[in-house]
Design a protein around this ligand. Structure first.
Ligand code: ATP
Ligand code: MG
Length: 277
């Protein structure tokens, strides 16, 4: 590439992960050369079954692996034009990249509003700006406004997921790494949360890397997807072409080409049959 082409590529790509390898406890090789990129202002899905390596990939980016005795041993990660492998998680938040962890992780003994305010800890731009952003979060999540004074520990799973996303927004991120936002939530609520995420992407220009086991919903909201299996990217492409791919249909969407069903759905069917009998 010419210098001009490189510069253009950099302007258009917010996150670029090249061939990373991750090892836990010095011996367990979990990611075996993962590469992916997220365009500025884009939504990209990172798909895969249990244990495929989705969370590990997100934590490698946000530098949260060290706490788990994990380490990036090969490859490189660039965010917003800079190498970030050695930045601390809080450094990265300051640069505009933040992860919303799987399982929501709210402070149960703090109110929703106090939880949201903890997301502003890296900011130095004054209380008035923080207050304005809090109102912005409430505009996106009206439910949180209603429940602002409730202890997070007593709110529903959906409200806690919204709080976790809202808290990340309080750091004014350019990019959010969102780990399994659908986990454990009713389909209608999942839809509500994805709609808000889409709006945030469109109106605030926040780029998103979205790790999901729920392939169906992720491919409806993302433009592009990567499928991980045992720590390797086995397929990637435009969301539309992945949705139409026969293997993806059979193994990840549960709709086989010749009416075959995934194992999970077969089990579900049998369970229902038994209940009817
Ligand atoms: N701290 C750790 N120490 C050792 N192995 C780990 C650790 N964390 C994860 N692993 C292993 O790494 C692999 C990938 O796990 P990871 O959590 O990244 O998968 P995932 O795709 O996020 O799965 P899920 O959908 O269940 O969240 C798994 O085999 C897991 O057992
Ligand atoms: Mg995970």
């Amino acid at each position: 590439m010419t210098d001009a082409a490189l510069a253009k590529n950099e302007a258009e790509t917010i996150l670029s992960v090249s061939n990373i390898e991750v090892i836990y406890n010095h011996v367990i090789l979990v990611l075996k050369g993962v590469s992916l990129s997220v365009p500025r202002g884009g939504i990209v899905a990172l798909l895969g079954a249990n244990g495929a390596g989705k969370t590990t990939t997100l934590k490698a980016i946000s530098n949260l692996l060290r706490a788990e005795r994990g380490e990036v041993t090969k490859g490189s990660i660039e965010f917003d034009g800079e190498r970030i492998e050695s930045s601390s998680p809080s450094d990265l938040v300051r640069r505009g990249c933040i992860q919303v962890m799987e399982g929501r992780h709210c402070f149960g003994h703090l109110t929703i509003e106090e939880n949201l305010m903890t997301g502003a800890f890296t900011r130095r731009d004054g209380a008035a700006n923080v207050r304005r952003d809090l109102e912005m979060v409430y505009d996106y999540f009206p439910r949180l406004k209603e429940r602002r004074g409730s202890m997070a520990g007593y709110t529903s799973g959906g409200e806690q997921q919204m709080t976790a996303i809202g808290r990340a927004l309080m750091s004014r991120p350019k990019m959010v790494l969102l780990d399994e936002p659908s986990m454990g939530l009713a389909p209608q609520l999942v839809e509500e949360i994805f709609e808000i995420v889409k709006k945030l992407n469109e109106e605030q220009g926040v780029s998103l890397l979205l790790a999901e086991q729920n392939t169906n919903i992720a491919l409806r909201y993302a433009k592009y997807g990567y499928i991980l299996e045992s720590g390797r990217v086995v397929m990637d492409g435009e969301a539309k072409s992945l949705r139409e791919n026969e293997d993806v249909k059979e193994f990840y969407l549960g709709i086989g080409g010749e009416g075959r069903r995934s194992f999970k759905n077969v089990k579900h069917y049998k369970r229902r049959k038994r209940w009817l009998a």
